[in-house]
Design a protein around this ligand. Structure first.
Ligand SMILES: [Zn+2]
Length: 254
């Protein structure tokens, strides 16, 4: 007789970049093993690979995980964690309140801060994707051209900013834009699908833009949807209060 099979529950989640709700199941021991192996490697790339692989498994291969925007990956992963392990994450947070000014400090290593550690209970179920009101997925350039933008995926971000990426800051900006430009529409309504053009042609387009346009693109990136969570912090030693903003997967698991 075979051992009994355990039925895994199924849930749905609404992502920003996918029209229909996405089916998913909690991650299981076999997936937890992927995380443990990745953690042991101490390589952020491995951890990211594990996260993408687990998401792929848990969404039954129905999602194009590699090209999913970072905010959807983060949100989906946090909800997976909530359903698979526990929706409460305990974070150690050190009080940064300044208690002693420079004259009062006792040793060269004393920075005058409180440093009392408080455990913050973060309920992953309360986390949502927030978008700045000023955000628009279409950037209007000085020349009147309308550029439809794609949100960066984990793969793009890793390739450009990750460890081992050799690009300079200037190149990073170009690479980020190269990956983000989707369509360009002229005043008379002609639409150019940017992906039909070679990288050299696209780079030339970017290099020929007025500097002011870079600011508009920057605005797109700084206001785009993000997984962010504000937690009230109260220090029970010095009574300091502040709001701690958690952003990015690292901040939820360190
Ligand atoms: Zn304190």
């Amino acid at each position: 007789m075979a051992l009994p099979k355990i039925v895994t529950p199924e849930y749905t989640i609404q992502l920003k970049s996918v029209k229909n709700p996405v089916r998913y199941r909690p991650y299981l021991v076999k997936e937890e093993k992927l995380f443990l192996t990745a953690k042991e490697s101490n390589d952020p790339k491995e951890m990211e690979r594990a996260i993408l692989q687990v998401i792929k498994n848990c969404t039954f291969g129905e999602l194009d995980v590699e090209n999913l925007p970072t905010f959807d990956v983060e949100y989906l992963f946090l909800q997976l964690r909530a359903k698979s392990v526990n929706n409460i994450v305990d974070l150690r947070y050190e009080c940064r309140n300044t208690l002693r000014d420079e004259a009062q400090r006792t040793s060269p290593t004393d920075d005058g801060r409180c440093h009392h550690v408080v455990i913050l209970n973060v309920d992953l179920n309360n986390i949502a994707i927030t978008t700045d009101d000023a955000h628009t997925p279409v950037v209007t350039l000085q020349s009147g051209l309308q550029v439809e933008m794609a949100y960066p995926s984990m793969k793009t971000v890793q390739a450009i900013q990750g460890e081992g990426a050799t690009t300079s800051t200037a190149d990073k900006v170009s690479q980020m834009l190269l990956a983000a430009l989707k369509t360009i529409t002229t005043a008379d309504g002609t639409v150019y699908d940017v992906r039909d053009y070679t990288e050299a042609e696209r780079l030339e387009f970017i290099d020929e833009l007025p500097v002011e346009d870079l600011r508009s693109f920057e605005q797109f990136f700084t206001t785009m949807p993000t997984v962010r969570y504000d937690v009230p912090f109260h220090c029970d030693k010095c009574a300091h209060d502040e709001t701690v903003t958690l952003q990015g997967l690292d901040s939820f698991f360190t």
